[in-house]
Write a protein that binds this ligand. Structure first.
Ligand SMILES: [Zn+2]
Length: 272
């Protein structure tokens, strides 16, 4: 969390850093070289406005105390982009939005509605499972896009195989941050994409137990979670019924299973 945000995410002016007046003036000048992505007319593109605690009508006075406040024009946009960047979302999903999700079929509309409902009110669990390439990752990324704007803490995105590998690495090294604990405790939205995906088509017992441990901890503490899985809920029931029960109880009506059907696979035709 940035030191410029309070626990509840409200922005506070940070008057801790003293700036000389000349430095403050310099900071407010637009610098396209330093911030090429943010041509904000109000600030220097940094997302902050530098203000002076004491106005000095005679001009520059070295040693004046200054403070910085979030730029009213662009801070929210910049903050959301920063949150998205910190989420770990891969490049190909970075710009996916819920608005950009094309849907013509009833099953697509149902999945989109569940994703929009979760993004507006992220609580408990959203499960999107079934046919590969039908846009589940797009919807999960769209939720990250949306909640990045409103949440004070960056959402977290993990591809399940990568998360498992990281959990294995961190359990071998006691000094490493325990990724499993990070995911279990994160208060913001956590997306687990390709949930339970396994190279040989069947998740290992260790993977199922890790999944159960993470989902149990998150649902017990009411942490918002999105699961996008190549398996339908029924498929997961076939592997591990206690995990299925945990997921279906937490998801309630936000449990979307898309029956396997190659016509729903758009991954080869276009990037979704
Ligand atoms: Zn600005």
């Amino acid at each position: 969390m940035s030191q410029n945000q309070s626990q509840n995410g409200a922005l506070e002016s940070t008057c801790k850093v003293p700036y000389t007046l000349t430095l403050a003036q310099r900071m407010n000048q637009h610098d396209p070289k330093r911030y090429p992505d943010n041509p904000c007319p109000s600030c220097n593109g940094s997302g902050w406005l530098y203000e002076y605690a004491f106005e000095d009508p005679t001009g520059v006075k070295a040693g004046d105390q200054g403070c910085r406040v979030p730029c009213p024009v662009c801070y929210d946009r910049k903050h959301a982009a920063k949150n998205r960047l910190a989420s770990g979302l891969p490049e190909e999903l970075k710009n996916k939005t819920l608005k950009g999700f094309e849907c013509s079929e009833p099953w697509q509309r149902q999945a989109l509605e569940a994703a929009v409902s979760f993004a507006k009110n992220p609580e408990r669990l959203l499960f999107l499972g079934g046919q590969s390439g039908c846009g589940k990752s797009h919807l999960a990324a769209g939720i990250i896009y949306h909640v990045s704007e409103s949440g004070s803490q960056p959402p977290l995105y993990y591809s399940w195989p990568e998360l498992l590998a990281a959990v294995r690495r961190s359990s071998r090294n006691w000094r490493a941050d325990d990724v499993r604990d990070l995911v279990k405790d994160c208060r913001a939205v956590v997306v687990l994409d390709d949930f339970l995906a396994a190279p040989n088509g069947r998740p290992s017992t260790a993977a199922l137990e890790t999944a159960f441990e993470i989902i149990s901890a998150r649902t017990a503490n009411k942490r918002p979670t999105v699961l996008a899985s190549p398996y339908t809920a029924e498929g997961i029931n076939g592997f591990y019924s206690v995990l299925f029960k945990k997921i279906s109880r937490a998801a309630g009506d936000r449990l979307i299973s898309i029956d396997p059907d190659e016509r729903k696979d758009f991954s080869m035709a276009k990037v979704v």
